[in-house]
Design a protein around this ligand. Structure first.
Ligand code: CA
Length: 366
């Protein structure tokens, strides 16, 4: 018997004797295989949202490998098992064990859900992660989802998104008046107060609508995802200030009973794989957006510009008013709002003298 084989046999024997000593219930729990279903609010093949580094299907592969095949998850993109926006109810009822989406899709059920994805003039990915992991955000998220029997985790982040694509330049707040724009959520409400005719279109319908002039402007995500839809072929003015989605968190929603049925080691594997995907997906977005922006500007005649400061000041004023009004109607939303805004004001000061100073003084010089 060679040395390696001897060691391997020795290790197997040691493991076998440990198993004999362990209580039968532990052995049984560890040997059990779980077969779960995961639905997704996004369509088949979508990079970041469905496939690629740190995506939900990557998460499934990580969990499979780390659990030695004990937690198998079958993935269903939007429409493959249930429609795009039915995942929250499906997880809540236990029809499926897991769903991937963005919590702000559920802000109609509970307004506080908005804060765990993005609110306009919110925090960047670093700040969001700091709040979620270390500032009480995760705990509040669990409290908000408790009545729905859902255990949430962050499992991805797009980083800062872009204001969007416009067929004409935007120079003053009045230029928004009468503009037909695709922009969902709270930011849409804010723009509507400046006369924007807000259109809610799913991803696949944005390009044809913008190209045919059914809409005059559209926001989607950022350079990589926007180029994938072909938005640069329909409009050339690309406003960059990510005021509306300063970073956008992907949520992993897990049915509470299913979560409780997992042994502690599998729970830890799920928690750690979600955290890994959160980092890996965001770093992938940084890399993909950098490449796509360069390509859009160099090869497709796209003109980028930040939104003028006086426009931003007006958008910010209405955003804060909207958030305060919504929070005043709902004690749980108020609790989350106060935690979010309190954390943000502290982290903004630090970000300003750390990242902010670095980027304003050093960027592009090396
Ligand atoms: Ca968006």
């Amino acid at each position: 018997m060679d040395r390696r084989r001897f060691l391997r046999t020795g290790a197997t024997a040691a493991a076998a004797s440990a198993a004999v000593v362990a209580t039968p219930s532990i052995v049984k729990a560890q040997a059990k295989t779980f077969n779960w279903k995961m639905t997704n609010a996004y369509g088949p093949g979508a990079p970041f949202y469905v496939q690629g580094p740190g995506s939900p299907t990557d998460f499934i592969k990580m969990v499979d490998a780390m659990s030695g095949g004990r937690l198998k998850i079958q993935h269903f993109a939007a429409g493959e098992l249930i429609p795009a926006l039915e995942g929250f109810d499906a997880v809540s009822k236990g029809t499926v064990e897991m769903n991937c989406a963005n919590s702000y899709f559920w802000s109609g059920k509970t307004f506080a859900a908005q804060y765990f994805t993005a609110v306009p003039f919110g925090m960047n990915a670093l700040g969001m992660n700091a709040w979620l992991y270390h500032g009480g955000g995760q705990k509040l998220w669990e409290e908000v989802y408790a009545p729905f029997d859902i255990q949430p985790f962050p499992m991805g982040n797009t980083g800062v998104q872009m204001t969007g694509w416009f067929r004409k330049p935007i120079e003053k707040i009045e230029d928004f008046k009468g503009l037909k724009m695709r922009i969902p959520g709270l930011a849409g409400k804010v723009l509507a107060s400046f006369g924007v005719d807000v259109k809610l279109l799913p991803a696949g319908e944005i390009f044809p609508a913008l190209e045919r002039g059914v809409i005059d402007a559209a926001e989607f995500v950022g350079p990589f995802q926007d180029r994938r839809l072909g938005l640069h072929k329909a409009a050339k003015f690309y406003y960059t200030t990510g005021w509306h989605e300063t970073s956008t968190v992907t949520e992993l929603a897990i049915n509470k009973k299913a979560w409780a049925s997992l042994p502690p080691d599998l729970q830890e594997i799920v928690r750690v794989a979600a955290a890994a995907c959160n980092t890996i997906s965001q770093s992938w977005c940084e890399s993909a957006n950098a490449e796509a922006l360069e390509d859009l500007v160099k090869n497709h005649g796209v003109k980028t510009a930040p939104l003028p400061a006086d426009i931003l000041a007006k958008l910010k004023e209405v955003t804060l008013q909207t958030l305060n009004e919504a929070a005043a109607k709902d004690p749980l939303a108020k609790k989350v709002h106060d935690s979010f805004i309190g954390f943000k004001s502290n982290v903004d000061k630090w970000a300003g003298i750390s990242e902010g100073v670095y980027y304003s003084q050093i960027r592009g010089q090396i």
